[in-house]
Design a protein around this ligand. Sequence first.
Ligand SMILES: [Zn+2]
Length: 175
Amino acid sequence: MFKEARTDAMFTWGMIGDITEGRPNLGSSMDVTVYRLMQFTLRDVIIQEFDPATADRLFYRAGELAGRELFRAAITQKTNFGAFVQELEDLLSTLKIGILRVEKSDLEKMEFTLTVAEDLDCSGLPVCDETICTYDEGFISGLLLEFSGKRVVVKEVDCWCSGDRVCRFEVRPAA
Ligand SMILES: [Zn+2]
């Protein structure tokens, strides 16, 4: 599962396993602290071993893969954009990833502005003049790629870390 060399993604939803069987006492929930501990230490080590640009690129790619696989595993609304967005808002809320809102959308141009409040990755972090939700950028691009079949570039323009109360993402078609 994790020991084979590969150049293509091999992730499947089944790798997540049967949590009900595996954690009969602890269940499927855990503290946000643990998620951030995992993500931020991994990112720190990638920066040390490589550089910040590589860490950003890897986190974006991993987020994109996650968005694509979550879409395949959990999204049923695959044709109507409004219905898709509603289902996605509900799903991200249920999974406690964040509270998604679509501020602007132009499906023809593939241009969107999205916000995520109470974001799992960053809400409550110290303000540091950085937008840090690179994983989320990729995550959103993966979801939109699966819905539309079109590649987009997602850039976080506001973040809790840059002093805002929500994370705001601009979506544009990939060049
Ligand atoms: Zn953010």
